[in-house]
Design a protein around this ligand. Structure first.
Ligand SMILES: Cc1cc2nc3c(=O)[nH]c(=O)nc-3n(C[C@H](O)[C@H](O)[C@H](O)COP(=O)(O)OP(=O)(O)OC[C@H]3O[C@@H](n4cnc5c(N)ncnc54)[C@H](O)[C@@H]3O)c2cc1C
Length: 113
């Protein structure tokens, strides 16, 4: 049931395909772990819930995917400094997401002005 709901979206469909391919290729997913340390060729984790340590050795490369934060200071400064201006907050400045969200919001604003 959950899989069907997920696969009904384009993102869910491709995620299911990618995860399946990766698992068939032997990729092991380690979830619910915090990064606790990075060694020369090893990575240490802590289980988020039990704090049990876990180490993965023989690491060749480590790719960090960090979260993003919106940069919207210009919007707030402009809005308070220039009440005569119509200022809109869209795209990643509103909330970091995908490029199609920024394009969609830009079109909505463009049609309004
Ligand atoms: C590494 C990475 C990979 C990504 N991959 C994908 C992907 O594969 N598919 C996807 O859909 N999305 C992807 N995204 C997200 C996508 O890039 C953003 O959602 C999209 O670029 C947001 O567009 P935007 O116009 O809101 O912001 P931006 O593209 O960030 O444009 C904002 C612009 O404003 C300029 N600016 C900022 N402050 C000022 C200022 N004070 N004065 C003048 N100019 C200023 C910046 O220099 C920048 O050029 C990725 C993002 C990153 C970081």
């Amino acid at each position: 049931m959950t899989w069907r709901a997920s696969a009904s979206t384009a993102f869910g469909f491709w995620t299911c395909k990618a995860y399946g391919s990766l698992r068939r290729l032997g990729v092991v997913f380690t979830t619910d772990h915090d990064l606790a340390g990075i060694g020369e060729h090893s990575v240490q984790f802590l289980d988020v819930y039990t704090k049990e340590p876990k180490e993965i050795t023989h690491i060749d490369a480590l790719v960090l995917v960090n979260g993003a934060a919106s940069q919207n200071r210009l919007f707030h400064e402009l809005r308070s400094a220039r009440k005569d201006l119509e200022v809109h907050l869209i795209g990643d400045a509103l909330a970091p997401r995908r490029i199609n969200d920024a394009i969609f919001e830009a079109e909505l604003v463009a049609r309004k002005i």
